[in-house]
Write a protein that binds this ligand. Structure first.
Ligand code: AMP
Ligand code: MG
Length: 317
């Protein structure tokens, strides 16, 4: 348990919040849609801590918040369509899914290992102030425990997450109260989630009708992320005795393991390393190789880790 601070939306309060974020802490803050639970999008452990605080059972991708279009361009690749809608609707309740810029150093936990990234420029002055004080991209899902209603006041955030996050910046009630609209522009335009910006306004801006996303090639929900990174090597789970030739990835004490999710058995560390380790184990094992993961407990973040590992181990077509 940490004691959750309530900070005022003053320059001092925002400077304090930015310090907590730089130290890898989580800070909830108001946006025009709902309160977001912010963490440094480049810090694997901070992003893992977001999933832990929310109790999310799977690693669905998070939205990256930046202060302006220039900052957004450093995170994602903008084509003419993306430039046009960004110019018209940012800052505001519109999230764009665009090709990721690898060099931005966004944690693979933010994108769930995808080659795309969801990015948005919030209009709320407190969100703007915090992003500028912090000076980097913030991953921020809604600041509520998984499965609960999104918070539109600091008191709602505290009711759900007090003791699990470093601070909440109290900026009063949110104006919009529904989540941002998510527009996929990493291919043909697709509406991935309805929200604060209307479909009609987007269709007018794009000059084309907007199909509702969600086909196998256009994932819009956690379980539909078909393009999740799948290792080339065969993956076996819950392995306490690896077979000869298997690359064993440990969790907790696993003498002889080639790699480890966390030597000390820390689930936050394991989540932070997970996507890096999937790739690393794949490289060590080689194309026809075999990877064996030690058991990870099905509690807290372990559920999200096991969900991801089961996808990696699932038979592929
Ligand atoms: P939340 O952060 O709780 O508002 O939810 C974020 C939403 O954005 C979820 O519905 C995600 O599935 C979606 N999302 C985030 N990143 C991507 C992405 N790269 N591709 C498709 N959907 C995404
Ligand atoms: Mg939510």
């Amino acid at each position: 348990m940490t004691e959750t601070l309530t900070l005022p939306p003053t320059p001092d309060g925002l400077a304090r919040a930015a310090d907590l974020l730089r130290a890898g802490g989580l800070v909830a803050f108001p946006t025009e849609t709902v309160y977001g639970l912010g963490g440094d999008a480049r810090n694997d452990r901070a992003v893992a801590a977001i999933f832990a605080a929310k109790g999310r059972p799977s690693f669905n991708p998070l939205i990256v918040h930046v202060p302006d279009l220039a900052a957004a361009r450093t995170v994602a690749v903008f084509d003419d369509r993306a430039e046009a809608v960004a110019a018209q609707f940012w800052p505001g309740p519109l999230t764009l899914v665009l090709p990721l810029r690898e060099e931005a150093g966004i944690s693979p936990l933010v994108t769930a290992g995808l080659a795309t990234v969801a990015v948005r420029v919030p209009a709320h002055p407190v969100a703007q102030g915090l992003l500028r004080a912090f000076g980097g991209p913030l991953a921020a899902p809604s600041a509520n425990p998984s499965g609960k209603v999104s918070p539109t006041r600091a008191a709602h955030v505290l009711a759900g997450l007090s003791g699990r996050i470093a601070a909440v910046v109290d900026g009063g009630a949110c104006a919009v109260g529904v989540e941002s609209t998510i527009l996929g522009l990493d291919g043909p335009p697709a509406l991935l989630r309805p929200g604060g910006v209307t479909v009609e306004a987007l269709e007018q801006a794009l000059g084309t009708p907007l199909p509702i996303g969600g086909s196998e090639t256009r994932p819009n929900a956690p379980g539909q992320l078909a393009s999740h990174y799948a290792p080339g090597a065969a993956v076996r789970l819950e392995v306490t005795q690896p077979a000869a030739g298997e690359v064993w990835v440990g969790f907790g004490p696993c003498p002889g393991a080639a790699l480890s999710l966390s030597e000390s058995g820390d689930l936050v560390e394991a989540a932070a390393r997970l996507f890096h380790l999937l790739r690393q184990a794949d490289e060590v094992a080689g194309d026809r190789g075999r990877i064996a993961f030690a058991p990870v407990p099905e509690t807290g973040l372990g559920r999200a880790i096991n969900d991801r590992l089961r996808r990696a181990a699932a038979p592929r077509g």
